[in-house]
Design a protein around this ligand. Structure first.
Ligand code: MRU
Length: 367
């Protein structure tokens, strides 16, 4: 997508042909910074410390991490070590394991001398594929938005609530939850987005609001607890969120607080959709609540809040007593029964084993 008139993806290989540039998301919305990464350890830090984040982008970044490692040492032991190092960075988004498995599947059978080149090639393909998957989600989600818009008075916007950032910053381009929003905006359908701030790291306030502003999408930032109130008052036409891991029977693991939005949506008859690229489906898991590992992050993310003061300095401030213990559960699971539909690159699936198997018959056999 465009930043200051220039088209960016979130990750790319430099002109030197091997080092990797990423948008360092820790500084948004205040500063747009690009970082160059040259080692697998640098990539692991960027994922763990959330310079990059969002399930699809984590997967693509890890794929480039393998490529950087192969350039230095392409032995079997080195490939396995890169897999382990990168896999240990974040536990919940399945795209990470999917991309690492895919890299190892492609590289292992090759002679060691051919692995580095093949690794860069496959990482670039995974990045390009991500863009295409998101465009597919965008096209399919656009049809849902069109149907809702058709019932509105002329000029009245479709009000969409979203949680966290499942935007282009969370992917290589377009985003999952945001792809239908961007395509609808391009198609001239009036849209208004309610952006959940998404404590504790505020990906909604920092990233989704920045994306919406940058692309001219009317939006309103709300605190995380406001969504239910808005839904009770008919102010939300649909919810679209992303996912870090969706089970074979359609349970959706996403940023903490997604489940509460789904409950409120169900109670108020508001359709609740999930933008789901197929690499985010974990065909080996059926019960999301029991089986998906939920990342627990540092207490500091809860007790300290980042912001920019009036002097233009970026600072952290403490918002709770120093001695107060904090729990920081990064994700939750929304059971399939609360989900209206899964917007995939192949169409809209019912959130059920049958619904996903109908769209992905060749892969559902793994369930
Ligand atoms: O902790 P984060 O910022 O990586 O969490 C991101 C989300 O929860 C997104 O909604 C999800 O990864 C889908 S991104 C298209």
């Amino acid at each position: 997508m465009k930043v200051s008139g220039r088209h960016y993806r979130t990750i790319w290989v430099n002109e030197d042909g091997w080092s990797v540039d990423i948008i360092d998301q820790r500084w948004l919305p205040h500063d747009f910074r690009v970082e160059t990464v040259r080692t697998v350890d640098g990539i692991a830090t960027a994922i763990r410390d959330m310079w990059v984040r969002g399930a699809p982008l984590i997967g693509v970044t890890a794929a480039y991490g393998v490529a950087l490692r192969m350039r230095e040492d392409a032995s079997d032991a080195s490939l396995d070590a890169a897999w382990e190092t990168l896999h240990a960075t974040r536990p919940t988004a399945i795209n990470l394991r999917w991309a690492l498995d895919e890299m190892r599947r492609v590289l292992r059978p090759l002679p060691v001398s051919e692995r580095a080149k093949a690794a860069y090639r496959r990482a670039a393909e995974i990045a390009d594929e991500d863009v295409e998957l998101n465009r597919g989600i965008g096209r399919n989600g656009l049809e849902i938005i069109r149907t809702i818009a058709a019932k509105k008075k002329p000029g009245e916007p479709v009000n969409i609530l979203t949680h966290c950032n499942a935007g282009w910053l969370a992917t290589v381009d377009y985003g999952t939850a945001t792809a239908p929003i961007y395509l609808a905006t391009e198609a001239g359908i009036p849209i208004h987005v309610y952006v959940d701030e998404t404590r504790p790291r505020n990906q909604g306030a920092h990233l989704t609001a920045w994306e919406m502003a940058g692309h001219g999408v009317p939006h309103t930032l709300i605190v995380d607890n406001a969504g239910g109130h808005l839904m009770q008052h008919g102010m939300v036409d649909m919810v679209i969120v992303g996912t870090d891991r969706t089970t074979a029977n359609g349970d959706v693991c996403n940023k903490i607080g997604t489940y509460l939005k789904a409950l409120a949506a169900k109670d108020n008859g508001v359709p609740f959709y999930v933008g789901l690229p197929s690499p985010t489906i974990d065909w080996t898991v059926r019960d999301g609540v029991k089986e998906i590992p939920i990342e627990e992050r540092s207490a500091d993310e809860v007790s300290l809040v980042w912001g920019r003061d009036e002097d233009g300095k970026t600072r952290q401030v403490r918002i709770s007593p120093e001695a107060t213990p904090c729990g920081n559960y990064a994700f939750d699971v929304t059971p399939a029964r609360l989900i209206t539909g899964l917007i995939t690159e192949r169409g809209i699936a019912d959130a059920s084993a049958e619904g996903l198997a109908r769209l992905f018959p060749e892969r559902s056999g793994m369930a």
